[in-house]
Write a protein that binds this ligand. Structure first.
Ligand SMILES: Nc1ncnc2c1ncn2[C@@H]1O[C@H](COP(=O)(O)OP(=O)(O)OP(=O)(O)O)[C@@H](O)[C@H]1O
Length: 467
């Protein structure tokens, strides 16, 4: 009998601190072999572990009588073991009809909220689920395939007001069957586990067996590897949290700032952890963009480290990273700058939606700065003055373009330039004091602008916008 292999379970439970004395452990029992064995095992060892045990079953109402029978099997086992049983029902077909959604996800979310509710109502401190070594290997392989960090399912994690634990992660499926046989435990096979409709099932049926054939210890070693990665992860995460606290400063107006020199002084591994935490801070409870291993992460790290020129990176939900030399500021762009007029003085960046504009003396700008711009144009002024306003476009606006005898209607120009309707009303228009339109940055510029420099072109228009 393979029960010997169960000898490592108490050590695993102790080392990982899965339960403490006097914990009340609710075993999530589907009626399948894994969770039936878990329930039996924990109820057998509850005295030595100094815990109390109860069991919960969730009937998803998906397979008529069959589905209810799973619950009865669990209930009878609980009677045999003298363990309190909590039978709950999740009307999945009704939920799908009313709200739609993905079947697996509706089952899972509903099931876990019933677990949480029962734990809270009945005073349980721990929820035990019966994932084992092959489940962990499947999870790691799926994470790898999706480019996620392959650290598997957490051995334990906060859940409701207590903890969720996985005491059987070191065991193989065959160990569980052998145990069930030895103690003549009744269990049910869920026919949906046979189907190849779900990703996990395809990994279970076709990928994991090949790997185990090649390397029989792969599942068990993957559990150990995941444990180490999770431990390192928790450590690095706490370091990154500390770093972020030191790194993030605020302007008088409470705007978050990061200094490139300090960001650069961090180890690249920490930089990669600090940036997602920074987004978590900015998004404060909202959904955070998935950033692990992404181009956006690399782009943000590059900009937060740089200290020449300027840059603007657009983040979801109108957040912008705005970097000027060695200082990055995080601002939320205004929703819609339509019907606005703002002064456009020289030597100051002016923000317009997701665009930044600035007049600079040509002599003060070097080629490196120009390389950092999305676009730029030298400006030749007839009278020495600079267009001094930025506003949104108005009906009847016209612009004087080189080679055209008459000024062109702006509305026509935007159509000809294939500017999207949704963007047209939000574009900035640069206007002289006399009301002449000189430029629609990023679209067209009047004949006072050129890319070529010459002595009489004292100013340059610098422009940055996210591409
Ligand atoms: N209907 C159910 N009632 C009670 N417990 C369940 C039920 N279904 C699953 N569980 C518990 O959850 C464990 C894992 O089940 P399953 O592999 O179906 O994945 P899951 O709950 O979706 O977990 P995850 O998505 O985290 O992998 C089972 O071993 C059992 O402990």
């Amino acid at each position: 009998m393979k029960e010997n292999r169960f000898k490592k379970v108490p050590a695993f439970i102790r080392q990982q601190r899965l339960v403490r004395n006097d914990d009340r452990v609710l075993v999530a029992c589907s009626g399948g072999v894994d969770s039936v064995v878990l329930l039996h095992y924990l109820s057998r060892y509850c005295k030595s572990l100094e815990i109390e045990v109860g069991a919960i079953h969730v009937d998803h109402c998906l397979r008529g009588e069959e589905s209810a029978t799973d619950g009865k099997v669990v209930q009878q086992l609980c009677e045999r073991l003298a363990v309190p049983f909590y039978g709950t029902t999740l009307p999945v077909p009704d939920l799908l009809k009313a709200h739609g959604g993905n079947l697996q996800e509706v089952c899972r979310t509903g099931r876990y909220s019933l677990f949480e509710e029962t734990m809270c109502q009945k005073g349980f401190t721990v929820l035990a689920v019966a994932h084992h070594a092959e489940d962990q290997l499947e999870t790691i392989l799926m994470q790898l395939a999706r480019g996620k960090r392959p650290q598997g399912m957490p051995i334990t994690r906060p859940f409701g007001t207590g903890q969720l634990v996985r005491p059987f992660l070191t065991l193989m499926k065959t160990d569980l069957y052998a145990y069930a046989e030895q103690y003549s435990l009744p269990f049910r096979e869920d026919p949906s586990n046979e189907k190849d409709d779900y990703t996990r099932n395809r990994y279970r049926h076709h990928i994991v067996p090949v790997l185990l054939n090649e390397q029989p210890s792969a599942a068990e070693t993957s559990v150990r590897m995941a444990g180490v990665l999770q431990e390192e992860d928790a450590f690095l995460e706490s370091l990154a949290e500390e770093q972020l606290k030191h790194l993030l400063t605020f302007t008088d107006k409470g705007i978050p700032i990061i200094h490139s020199a300090e960001f650069r002084s961090m180890h690249p591994a920490l930089q990669k952890r600090v940036v997602p935490l920074l987004l978590k801070y900015l998004y404060d409870g909202e959904t955070i963009p998935a950033i692990y291993n992404s181009d956006l992460l690399n782009q943000l790290i590059r900009q937060l480290s740089a200290d020449t020129g300027s840059a603007l990176i657009s983040l979801p939900n109108r957040w912008l990273l705005q970097r000027d030399y060695g200082i990055s500021t995080f601002v939320q762009a205004e929703e819609d700058p339509a019907d606005r007029v703002v002064p456009f003085p020289p030597d100051e960046w002016v923000q317009w939606g997701q665009m930044k504009l600035r007049w600079c003396k040509s002599s003060a700008v070097d080629t490196a700065t120009l390389d950092d711009m999305t676009d730029w144009r030298y400006f030749h002024s007839e009278d020495g003055g600079l267009p001094s306003l930025i506003r949104s476009r108005q009906s009847g606006d016209r612009i004087r373009l080189s080679g055209m005898e008459h000024p062109k209607r702006l509305s026509r120009l935007l159509i000809d330039e294939k500017v999207k309707q949704s963007v047209r009303d939000r574009l900035p228009v640069i206007v002289s004091e006399q009301g002449d339109i000189c430029a629609v940055p990023g679209v067209r510029y009047s004949d006072s602008f050129t890319k070529k420099t010459s002595a009489d072109q004292a100013y340059i228009l610098l422009m940055v916008w996210p591409e």
